[in-house]
Design a protein around this ligand. Sequence first.
Ligand code: ADP
Length: 167
Amino acid sequence: MKKAVYPGSFDPITYGHIDIIQRMQPIFDEVIVLVSTSPQKKYLFTAKERQDMIQESLKNACPGISVDTHDGLTVEYVRAHGASVIVRGLRAVVDFEYEMVMANMNKKLAQEIETMIVFAKPEYYYISSNTIKEVTRYGADVTSLVPPPVIIALKEKNLILNKNKIF
Ligand code: ADP
């Protein structure tokens, strides 16, 4: 049974992430989306909020995907869950160095685990969770970039202001 883990911050999940998940689903018997938490990063959403948003967003788009949270080494999670592949997405050259360093570090820590890099689709390569949060704060419409549960969650965080709050 070929199991893959797709780790990330997913703060919040975007259609770029979902595209990677959908493309990986037919390749593996099981794909686990892993919401990671790093002490060096600041998140808008808690790990539980991010997990719930992903579960809700994937319910129709790709049923059968499990979503978990973890705050330690990714390779430890991958090992403990009997997976052999870490999936990561690559958008532009700026992603490359970070992904290469992480892949090599993970290889050093766990020889038996491979990192698989998947190129973002051209229509999604410019979408990042940070950009979503940034443009949303200035009132941009992101409904074509993130799934409906994320729009609801952004509204709950007051990042998308209700009309009656603006005026
Ligand atoms: P992290 O903080 O671990 O980079 P992210 O949620 O930002 O978490 O990204 C998780 C993974 O998904 C990374 O490998 C990233 O390059 C990839 N990714 C993010 N946005 C996109 C996108 N629009 N298209 C394809 N891959 C993406």
